[in-house]
Structure formats: C-alpha cells, structure tokens
Design a protein around this ligand. Structure first.
Ligand code: PAF
Length: 293
C-alpha cells in the first residue's frame, strides 16, 4: 500500500519503521509518464522487495525563471497516483508537499541556496540562469527529508545528473546516485512532461532531435567533427535551430576537440514551437588522425 505524505510530519510518520533493505528515492515534478515509471521500476529492482521506494512530487519554483512555465506546469496529483499504482512498482511512500512545506515563508526564503558554480552556467544554465541552483537546492532538501540510501535520476537531464553527482561528491552527501537510461516513445522522442505541450505537427518536428543524435552517433567512427556535422544536418532539414548542439566530455561538459577519441556525449536543446526540448546520446568517437598515424 502506498502512503501519501503531504507534510514533513506525515513523511516522518510514513518513514518511521526503517525498511529491511535500502531506501530509494525518485524525485519528480509530477505529470508522470512512462519515463518516470521506468525510474520507479529501476528503484524497486535496485532495492528489492525488502527495500523502500519513495517518490517525491513537487513542482519546485526555484528552478523556473520568471518567464518560464511554473504556473502552467501540469499538476494533477490524482492522475500521478493512478499512474504510479498502474506501474505495478509497489511505491511505499509518495511525498507531495505544498511549496510552503518545502520552503517555509516562500517567496522570502530560502535565503541560503546551493550554488551550482561554473557547471551550472553553461548549456541549460546559460539559457536558464539560476535553474541549476534551484534544482540542487531542492534535491539537497529532499535528500535531507527522505534520507535515502540511493537516489535515481534520468539520464535525459544529463547536465542535471552530472551536477547532482558533483554536489553529492563535493558536499559529502551520504547517498548513491544512479542514472537511469532515457525512455523513448516509438517515434524516438525522449519522454518528457513538456511533450504534452506539443501540437501533432510539432510532435512530428520533435522527432528530429533524436534523429539528429542517432545520425551523430553513427558518424562517431569518422571523428568528432563528423558527429557534429551529421547531427546539424538532420536538424537543418527539419528547420530546427538548436539552442545548442554540442559534443562534450561527459564529466566536464566541455566541447571535445576535433581530434578527440573515446566516449563523448552529444547534447541538443531546441525550441519546437514554443516548447523547449532537450535530449542527448552517448557517442563513441574515433580520432580520425589515429587511422592515418
Ligand atoms: O528532473 C526533475 O524533474 C527535477 O529537476 C527534479 C530533480 C525533480 C528537481 O525538482
């Protein structure tokens, strides 16, 4: 049976009996889809039947810019609880607090926040100033409230996952962070709550993002520049101008040079209509110079 906690007190009561296994948390902003339920399933698989799975549902105002979709962001707790129940993942506790419960006195607080530093100012952070400070602040708070052994996050938000890993390492937070592979629809589009904003025509254009990543990944044998060119060509054919399309070192998110050889991450962000979508794919890159040396 899933216990619903709306307050810290209810959460403490729901967690008062320690699990026989490990406690896992999956943090979400609701509008749950099969991408989220794949995270929840992964959490249950990780901790087993003896473990405890906690899902948090909280639309975090700190990670939205003043002109972003905080007010419009889909909120339907009953539908989310039904999605979790139908997933068959046996969620033990759902924490779905109001803003005041997480940030007493909001919008006057919290005064002290986590700073994502340099890694939080590039890519998504360059387009969304302060976004990652808001993400890290709520993630740290939710980790303190839930006290999990393991926290699972989707690899779709690659920069977010990297920053959460860095925060946990840099601030000695006692939790294991696990990345879960991107869940995709049959047409290749990465699952995202924001896909709900797309018209049918926009949905068709959105396919170009994952198609560009696949084309880029396939060009890895010809080197980093070939990866970038192949991906750019697919986006151009779909008349999409990316906010960024970049092939990066997965640990630093620095653009890799033309002579890079080894693993890399191809990241894309683009506006489809008024909806901003992101996606990424791991790419194995061969240094083209290697074949001529
Ligand atoms: O990825 C998300 O949905 C959010 O950024 C998170 C991690 C739940 C924090 O609000």
């Amino acid at each position: 049976m899933t216990l619903l906690a709306r307050t810290r007190t209810e959460l403490d009561a729901a967690l008062s009996t320690p699990p026989r296994g490990r406690r896992a948390v999956v943090m979400t902003m609701g509008a749950l889809h099969s991408g989220h339920t794949s995270l929840v399933r992964a959490a249950r698989e990780l901790v087993g039947p003896e473990g405890q799975v906690v899902v948090t549902i909280f639309v975090n105002p700190l990670q939205f810019g003043p002109h972003e979709d905080f007010a419009q962001y889909p909120r339907d707790l009953d539908a989310d609880l039904a999605t979790l129940a139908a997933s068959g993942s046996d969620v033990d506790v759902v924490l779905a607090p109001e803003v005041d419960e997480v940030y007493p006195g909001y919008p006057d607080g919290p005064l002290v926040r986590v700073s994502a530093g340099r890694l939080g100012q590039v890519l998504e952070g360059a387009v969304r100033p302060g976004h990652f400070d808001g993400v890290l602040t709520v993630v740290l708070k939710l980790l303190h409230l839930v006290q999990p052994d393991v926290a699972l996050f989707g690899e779709k938000d690659a920069q977010q996952l990297l920053l959460i890993r860095r925060m946990v390492a840099d601030l000695d937070v006692p939790v294991d962070v696990v990345g879960v592979p991107i869940a995709r629809a049959d047409d290749g589009v990465a699952l995202s709550s924001r896909n709900a904003y797309l018209s049918p025509a926009e949905r068709a254009s959105a396919r170009a993002l994952s198609a560009a990543l696949r084309a880029g990944a396939a060009a890895g044998v010809d080197g980093a520049d070939a990866v970038r060119d192949a991906a750019r060509a697919v986006l151009a054919e779909a008349y999409l101008t990316p906010d960024y399309l970049t092939l990066v070192d997965p640990t630093t998110v620095d653009e890799v040079p033309s002579d890079h050889g080894g693993p890399a991450l191809l990241l894309v962000a683009a506006r489809v209509g008024t909806t901003r979508l992101i996606d990424n794919m791991a790419v194995q890159v061969t240094d083209p110079g290697e074949t001529h040396r």
